[in-house]
Structure formats: structure tokens, C-alpha cells
Ligand binder design. Sequence first.
Ligand code: ZN
Length: 348
Amino acid sequence: MNSSISSEGPAPRHRLHPGYGHPITRIWQEEARLHVDQLVYPLFITDAVNAQEEIGAMPGQYRWGVDRLEAALRPLVRKGLRAVLLFGVPSNGKDGRASCADAANSPVVQAVGVLKAAFPDLLIICDICLCAYTDHGHCCIFREDGSMDNAASIERLAEISVSYVRAGAHMVAPSDMMDGRVGAIKRALCEARLDHAPVMSYSAKFASCFYGPFRDAAHSAPAFGDRRAYQLPAGARRLALRAIERDVEEGADFVMVKPAGPYLDLIRDARDRVHVPVAAYHVSGEYAMLLHAAQAGAFDLKTAVLEALTGIRRAGADIIITYFAPQLLDWLQAEEGSGKPAVDRTES
Ligand SMILES: [Zn+2]
């Protein structure tokens, strides 16, 4: 029996209700709140002309043709969208070295130019990986004997990073999980006199089934095998911390934990251990899970998304990459205007 409860009710020092009884005191209790400035919206860019292809596994998300981007983003930027993360989805030209990743006609290179011209204040982050551009769909280059060539892979990742920054990207985000790629990219940017561009490293990227819908979106499923040779095993907290600390030592300006919800402990570990901002990627499977559950009547979508993402903030994320960014722009602006807490946690 709880010793603080007497027949007169809880002892005064154990009464918490008075501290959050007013709408404003409820807000004051929330050290972790969502704000639109923390959101990054991932975008899939195809080289198909005039395309707006809905992604089957991610209802409400599209592969955009470069010529449709400005019209698609204009209303979001007007509502306060500050940052996007670009993924290229080329329809041809894939080879063993991901040559089409940074060709002049690559969808990402073209999209950077269009977005910079249309939205000068929008932060443009380019995902850096090989898997969307290789004929085998892996994030690396292979030697002739089929083994992973880490040195050749990071050299190519650095080349692509330089091309994207030269095209105007503000930031590059390597997602490949090769060893030493943050250092290689930082050195290459420095040598090319492009070291104004920061690097956001996908540092703790786990081999996750929650990426399934993304691979449909980016047409990046591996043709053979899986990615366990370079992505982290789900139970490996210490290994993830080594990856995070190593990337910071190599010069990462931002680190990332991916996926977010199943790895909240790593977000907190990163927040406590390193002194760079921590991003969390609320991935395609997490998006699909909330969307489908809400459509099945399990809960209200807005309430569930706000609670899930507030949890990611509370775990310690400074930046949240999420496919719900468009809805959040509306939801968060409305809540800020109303003075009510973003999530009503009263369980009826
Ligand atoms: Zn990849």
C-alpha cells in the first residue's frame, strides 16, 4: 500500500494535479514540445516528366517529377516548412558504381536547382547513398569477387556529396553505413572548398523491417541478400553508440537514429553523450503503421501522430524527419494559435 495515501487523500507533497491544472501550466510541464522548425520532410524525386506517382505502400506520399516540385511544395513552404530531405528515384542508367547519382540530369541535381530558385529560405538536405543508383540495389560498390569494397564505396559517396553541394545542396546526409564515410565526405568537401556544407550522418541506422514501404517508394530493394553486412542489428545498443561517437569524431555536424520509435533509448543515449544535434527518422513503416491503424478506427490520426512524435522529442531528438510533415504544419499551427497543449493526454 502506498504510504503517501491516507484516508484524507494523498499527502500534499505527493499531489501533482495542482501543477498541471490550467492549460498554461500543462504547457509549462512539457519540456518536450513539437515545433514546425524541427521538422524535415522527405521527398522522392523521379526523372519521369510531369510525374506525381502515389506510392502504393505509403498512401498520401508521391514520387515527384522535378517540374511538379515547386507547385507541390509552395503551400507547405507558405505554412512554415523549413527543411526537406531529397531522395532520387532514377528510372534508368543504374550500374555497379551508381554513376547516375550525380549525372547532370540526375533527378536530385535538377531538383536542388529548382528548389533553390523557388524557395531561397528552404534548407535542402540530400540523402547520400548508392542503393537507388546501383544495378544491384546495395549501398556499396562490390569487388569482382563479390566482397564489399569499403574504400571504393566511400570514395564514390564523397564524390556524390561534392556534386550535390556544388549543385547547391545545403547539407548532405550519408545513409549508406560504410565505415569511414563521414571523414571521407568531410575531407572531399574541404578539398573542393565546399566545407560550408554540414554533414548529417545516419549514424545509428538499424537493419529494420520498417523500411519496407520506402524501398517501394525509392525502388531500392537489394537484388540479392540483405543489408545486414552494414546496417546495425536491432539489439545492439553499444555498437550503435560506437557508431554515433565515431561519426562525431570524424566530423559529423548532426547525427541520426533510424528508425525512431523502436530505438528511443538510442536517441536518449545520443542526446546525453554527444554535443551535436540529434535527428530521428520516423520512417516509412512507422508512417504506414499509424496511418493504417487510424484508418481502421484504432485511434484518431492527429492525436496518435502528435503523441508518437512528442515521445521522440522527449527521448531527446532535436530534429524529426517525418512523412507527416504536411499535416503537422497544419496541426501545430492550429494548436499554437489555440493555446491548448498539442496532445490531450486525458484517457477516458
Ligand atoms: Zn542505401
